[in-house]
Write a protein that binds this ligand. Structure first.
Ligand code: DGJ
Length: 730
């Protein structure tokens, strides 16, 4: 067995967090400017002399008495770039010579495609505004919704488009919002990946032209994530200005970051206009997803801490147990059967795993794929959501009772939007899948996608899930989704209407999730899509956690987790400990290394624990108990990425600090020591300088180089010194 060269420690101390400033929302009627203040940020826009809604300021919080004059449109640039094109607008219609990315593009019934939106009216709300824009000639109105979070200053922006014409209007492009920044040198940060390789952080200079981050896949996608952060100058972890945003949408989406001919930067995001078309009949409206945006003066770390707290406090759903609580509860430590058994689940096999899991101190036992229909492998069964009688002759009850008797709750895997052609459901309803009539139907993983936009499919999916949860004492659903769209036809509708499948599918997904949570308020749900293919702030309003990747290699996970935490709180980041050597990279690591890697998020065990030795079980039990002690600090505290594992770094370290600064948890990892280089001294962050913090190592003797107790000032200025013996591989 390899020697363990990973370490974790807890520091204890005490003090109180500072109180947040109240949010302010004000309209200056003389200058026609709107201002939103929250946390350390201010956002200002106004009606310019032409009547357009013009962006004026987004950045650090301004003085309470500071005011802006009325917005002045930018001049034209020769005869090639009109004032309309140069002026950064809150929500520009495509018309009047706009070459920048439009927020809204429509075609009227008579073929006219010109749309110029001017301010019409507004209402002031508790924490925001609704501002109505109207086309200069025709009855198309857009209501821009703004609300600001008093604590973080994060803005929620979205739009409602209304057709007041006597004939239909086709919306070809609709953003939730456009953000603007003045000319400067910026670095764009965004996340990309692939199956088993999600959460790669990309950093590049913003240059003239456009960088498009998108999904055309019908769902969020592994390949890019709807989040961005733009840093002033080079991105730094704890210093400098950062503007960031995230789209709350789990369908096809697009974020366009463009620097125009005058070096101004605009970020426009919403529905992906690719293959998009939404017909609005007279009187109908289309509501866009929400585009959240925030500002931090404390670098990338500050930006992610704001987002983490905002997600916990304002995005994630509540169960019956946490309704009215300030934050949702930390995730139960789970056991999941997938890597142990794959599809070969049986009553006896799962019961054996449940016994082993309970002995480790696991809170929740989750049975993964394979329990339903004629499911023996991935060729059959999806769509037939009855319990497989060969595997579970007496239904799920004996297993669920056993799990409860072992003092765990029970979770179950489902993949509700999918169907195998080899299923009773498909034989009965071949017309229910996304497809174009008379065209081939592309399968991926031998499955097709049910058209959730159809009312009958929506009713079927809600119906079987409701029945499953009503008839069985299930605390948790792992909701999987293992392919992306192809042939997205919806032949029930007239040809011109069919493209609204991109909107209605996702809306129905959300509606089903919301209704299930309403009917079963104790049930918690995980969003999984073959790993991290459906992680965004839209799905996170209805799901309590996500599966970041099918790649559970603990070393790969360090980098993926680092990338993940730029956009999402560690609380939703499920992290299983699986077997070694790992199936993906054939890498061998110690159980302690694997445990500590996973303990940086919401811990789970996904190994074949039936085969574990007594020594392995004892190690896991000790570390699960230690994790339970400090879990709230890890998943809900302030996260500092002390040393990033990106770019093959020899070392990496993270630190989290509890809100009252009374506890902090530090993780440190070595990739491979070279030339006997010692681990860098870790200057901790976010502690109370005056409080005394005592070290309590979770694992290893790697802290012999540091005093047992010292002030926050010591740990932050002098730093935490590792033992000279803290060397080796993994
Ligand atoms: C993909 C998921 O990411 C895995 O964890 C597992 O649930 C499989 N699907 C089951 O088919």
């Amino acid at each position: 067995m390899l020697k363990t060269f990973s370490a974790a420690a807890v520091l204890l101390g005490a003090s109180l967090a500072a109180a947040a400033q109240p949010a302010l929302v004000s309209y200056d009627s003389a200058a026609k400017t709107f201002r939103l203040d929250g946390g350390g940020a201010s956002y200002v826009f106004g009606v310019n002399s032409r009547g357009e809604l013009q962006q004026l300021y987004w950045g650090g919080r301004l003085g309470a008495t500071d005011t802006f004059p009325q917005a002045a449109p930018l001049p034209e640039w020769a005869s090639f770039d009109s004032s309309y094109n140069n002026t950064p607008q809150e929500y520009a219609g495509w018309g009047a010579g706009l070459f920048a990315e439009p927020a809204l593009k429509v075609t009227f019934a008579d073929g006219n495609r010109d749309l110029v939106l001017h301010y019409a009216s507004h209402t002031v709300k508790a924490n925001g505004f609704d501002v109505v824009l109207k086309d200069v000639k025709r009855k198309v109105a857009v209501t821009l919704h703004y609300s600001v979070d008093p604590e973080s200053g994060i803005l929620a922006r979205w739009a409602t488009i209304e057709n007041g014409e006597a004939l239909s209007v086709t919306v070809e492009q609709a953003a939730a919002a456009a953000w603007a920044l003045p000319p400067a040198h910026y670095t764009l940060n965004y996340l990309t990946g692939r199956w088993a390789g999600e959460w790669t952080l990309n950093q590049e200079a913003v240059r003239q032209g456009a960088r498009v981050i998108e999904s055309r896949r019908g769902s969020t996608g592994h390949q890019a994530n709807p989040w961005f952060a733009i840093a002033a100058g080079a991105a730094q972890e704890e210093q400098g200005e950062v503007w960031f945003g995230a789209l709350a949408w789990s369908g096809s989406w697009r974020i366009t970051v463009e620097q125009d001919q005058l070096d101004q930067v605009r970020v426009t995001g919403g529905f992906n206009p690719f293959d998009f078309g939404y017909v609005l009949h007279p009187g109908q409206t289309l509501e866009t997803p929400i585009f959240y945006g925030g500002y931090s003066a404390n670098g990338m770390g500050g930006a992610s801490r704001l987002l983490h707290h905002f997600e916990l406090a304002h995005v994630l759903p509540r169960t019956a147990a946490t309704e009215g609580q300030p934050l949702p509860r930390p995730r139960p430590v789970i056991y999941n059967s997938w890597e142990a058994t794959e599809f070969a689940v049986t009553e006896a096999g799962q019961m054996e795993l449940a016994e082993k899991a309970a002995a480790l101190g696991i809170d929740r036992f989750v049975m993964d794929d394979g329990w339903f229909g004629q499911r023996k492998d991935d060729h059959a069964g999806l769509g037939d959501w009855y319990v497989n009688k060969e595997k579970f002759p007496n239904g799920l009850k004996p297993l669920i009772d056993k799990v409860h008797a072992l003092r765990m709750d029970f979770g179950l895997w489902v993949e509700p939007e999918m169907v195998n052609p080899n299923s009773d459901l498909y034989r009965k309803h071949p017309e229910w899948v996304l497809n174009f009539p008379q065209r081939p139907r592309t399968e991926q993983r031998n499955q097709m996608i049910l058209n959730l936009a159809r009312p009958d499919v929506r009713a079927y999916v809600l119906g079987f899930l409701d029945k499953l949860l009503t008839e069985n004492d299930i605390a948790f659903l792992k909701w999987d989704y293992n392919r992306n769209w192809s042939e997205p036809g919806w032949d029930q509708l007239a040809p011109a209407e069919q493209k609204k499948v991109y909107v209605e599918f996702t809306r129905n997904l959300y509606a089903i999730l919301a209704e299930l949570r309403h009917r079963h308020p104790k049930v918690e749900i995980e969003s999984c899509s073959g790993g991290g293919g459906r992680v965004d702030l839209g799905i996170l309003r209805y799901t309590d956690e996500v599966w970041p990747s099918d790649n559970t290699d603990p070393f790969d996970r360090l980098t993926m987790q680092d990338g993940f935490t730029y956009a999402y709180t560690p609380q939703v980041m499920m992290a299983w400990v699986t077997d070694s050597p790992h199936w993906l990279n054939k890498r061998t690591t110690t159980l302690t290394y694997r445990m500590l890697s996973s303990m940086q998020g919401s811990l789970g065990i996904g190994a074949n624990i039936s085969k574990w030795s007594a020594e392995e079980a004892a190690t896991a039990k000790t570390l699960i108990a230690a994790y339970h002690q400090v879990q709230p600090t890890i998943v809900q505290g302030d996260l500092y990425r002390l040393i990033s594992p990106q770019d093959g770094s020899e070392f990496s370290a993270t630190q989290t600090v509890r809100a009252d600064k009374g506890q902090s948890v530090v993780f440190a990892f070595i990739h491979s020591t070279q030339e006997k280089r010692g681990f860098p001294r870790l200057k901790l962050k976010g502690l109370d300088p005056a409080a005394q913090y005592t070290i309590s190592p979770i694992e290893g003797k790697a802290l012999a180089g540091s005093p047992e107790a010292a002030s926050g000032a010591w740990w932050m200025n002098h730093g935490l010194e590792m033992d000279a013996d803290f060397r080796g591989d993994f």
